[in-house]
Design a protein. Sequence first.
Length: 184
Amino acid sequence: MDARRRVAEPRRYRVRVSKPLNLPFDPIARAGDLWERRWGRSPAMLAVTSIMRAQAILIAELDARLKPYELTFARYEALVLLTFSSKGALPLSKIGERLMVHPTSVTNTIDRLERQGYVLRRPNPRDGRGVLAEITESGRDTVERATRDLMAADFGLGAYDAEELGTIFDVLRALRVTAGDFQD
């Protein structure tokens, strides 16, 4: 069996997110109490600490669910972006812009996806120095299967209903606007 075929048919892993802590208390709430005693009340500290912990939980779960495809969530996002593009190809600079990551991260991500046979690099006909990343059929097939798995797991957010998910999106949108991600 050739290497491409091995990548196209991922091994199945048991999805297990990091071991539950099962602490008898909420460590973030406890930190908030200690913080308040020392520096005063800070709902912002509680919120940011919760967001950072939630991100760690979600990345661990999503990466575990993508492991059978030998993908990380970052590489999955790049494949999805290429799938959404009209020609299945985008300049590396555009990938970085849309995913809001540093050019070095894009290069590393595309390098890995290329080694896996999920994308090809080709010259950009509109820019003599530029390079396009183009999704392959294997990449398209993999992103379709991986997406089904992530959707079945509600992207790790199954604890929330649709209304709560909309609220989370809306609340965090204001932060993204303030940071300059886009114009409101």
